[in-house]
Design a protein around this ligand. Structure first.
Ligand code: F6P
Length: 365
């Protein structure tokens, strides 16, 4: 009987997920006695009645490495430990179905699980591992906020998208002599904002790791205007914080969803600039989910493929509770529990921050 591996993509999608799936299936097909199943919409496919699992063959995954999204679907709600259930009065609650998850694995004769996801998904991987699940993790996220890996796949593509947006906003800012604010994703980390600011040549970059003083931002804008340049471009991370302020967010009431949804930092900054006396016209752009969609760049396709091949090899080596990681130039395995201990935030004394400062980019401090 063939050995069965269940793979799932969990959390927010990102470019490169399909390249991981394809690489796992291709590598497995070289071994002859393995079968790869996909759980539809993260682990929901295993937990639904009827179950929704699909067999992933080399024919089925041919050419998908260039496609955005994930062919097996995803969700960032719920999961085996917090399954949303509707009460009689219409309200929602969550129940722990982790033991049911383990029973269903056994019922389906599944020998191993590969969970492709960000920090939330890897927390689920770790908890399942502690229940005895033979599981391996693959780190994904555009936010690049998972520790113990140099990069997550999806990040470079998001940076390319954000940089393209900066490039476009620069020309319209210059034509109209305006300040253009671009709000980018990244959750509690400023990686996308910082990289896109350097690549695109923004004048101001505001990230969660460096709380900003609006007076410093105003001063940078004034100096720019006084120097004869009648426009400026600002990139702000969705998690950016004014000094003595907090992150801009709204609360989500979706069942099983994360309560806090970041967003609004760009609009708030626009108002703060006006309140600080800015007399130049300001416009705001929220880049949003464009950063998550589309075809992965070559770097992400390659990293995702490396992760997929390594993840399957870790299954053969029974490296349970381990996550694939990129330690340039090698693909290694690290304990999932260590990777989820702390977020990978921008180190404010790192070379990349120094580079931004050296280019004269105002970081708001
Ligand atoms: O973690 C990826 C990410 O895109 C964050 O950058 C962002 O804050 C969040 O997910 C958005 O989630 P949703 O797709 O649920 O709006």
């Amino acid at each position: 009987m063939k050995k069965r591996v269940l793979i799932a993509t969990g959390g927010g999608d990102c470019p490169g997920l399909n390249a991981v799936i394809r690489a796992i299936v291709k590598r497995a097909s070289q071994e002859h006695n393995w079968e790869i199943l996909g759980s539809i919409d993260a682990f929901d496919g295993l937990l639904r009645d009827p179950m929704h699992l699909v067999e992933l063959t080399p024919e089925k995954v041919a050419g998908i490495h260039v496609q955005g999204g994930t062919i097996i679907g995803t969700t960032n709600k719920g999961g085996p430990f917090a399954w949303p259930v509707k009460n009689h009065d219409g309200s929602w609650t969550t129940v722990d179905r982790s033991q049911d998850f383990m029973d269903r694995l056994q019922y389906q004769n599944i020998d191993a699980v590969i969970n492709i996801g960000g920090d939330g998904s890897q927390r689920i991987s770790q908890s399942l591992f502690e229940l005895g699940c033979p599981i391996v993790g693959v780190p994904k996220t555009i936010d690049n906020d998972l520790s113990l890996t140099d990069f997550t796949f999806g990040f470079q593509t998001a940076v390319d998208t954000a940089t393209d947006a900066v490039d476009k906003l620069v020309t319209t800012a210059a034509s109209h002599h305006r300040i253009l604010i671009l709000e980018v994703m990244g959750r509690y980390a400023g990686w996308i904002a910082l990289h896109a600011s350097i690549a695109g040549g923004a004048e101001v970059c505001l990230i969660p790791e460096i709380p900003y003083d609006i007076n410093n931002v105003m001063q940078a804008i004034n100096e720019r205007i006084d120097s004869g340049k009648g426009f400026a471009n600002i990139v702000i991370a969705e998690g950016a914080i004014p000094i003595a302020g907090s992150m801009a967010f709204s609360e989500s009431s979706e069942p099983g969803a994360m309560k806090i949804r970041l967003g609004g930092a760009g609009l708030r900054l626009s108002q703060e600039l006006k309140d600080a006396g800015c007399s130049i016209e300001i416009r705001e752009t929220i880049l949003g989910h464009l950063q998550r969609g589309g075809t992965p760049c070559a770097f992400d396709r390659i990293l995702a493929s490396q992760f997929g091949v390594k993840a399957f090899e870790m299954v053969m080596e029974q490296k349970w509770g381990q996550m694939v990681a990129y330690h340039h130039p090698n693909i290694v395995s690290v304990p999932i529990k260590d990777a989820i201990k702390d977020y990978n935030l921008v180190d404010t004394s790192s070379d990349i921050v120094n580079t931004a400062r050296g280019l004269g980019i105002c970081l708001g401090d």
